[in-house]
Design a binder for this molecule. Sequence first.
Ligand SMILES: [Zn+2]
Length: 118
Amino acid sequence: MNFDNIVDKAKVTFEDVYKKAETVVSVQKQKIDVYSLEAKLSKSYEILGKLCYDAIRNDEPFDAESVKPVTDDIAEKIQLIENTKEEILKAKNKKLCTKCGAQIEKNGVFCSKCGAKL
Ligand SMILES: [Zn+2]
């Protein structure tokens, strides 16, 4: 038995495990980012709702232009959430079923949930 081969194999295995652990940590971080962004998004929707409610309640015309900073902020957060979710899928080597939205293996041909061909 060649000792160098054993060492090389052990090294490769260790690097694989290390890489996997690193991916798990980064995916966990990204999931926390998504939760945090979704909470902030809810707050932005709340602010927009309050501005809209106040205008209606006070019988004032609702000026869409005046709330543009809030709607821009909402659009930005939605985009960030989508991007982060995409990065999570990529890191997990998965994709979404185009029919039901389930997470499936990136190179899967059929959806394991609804059976749709992809
Ligand atoms: Zn599906």
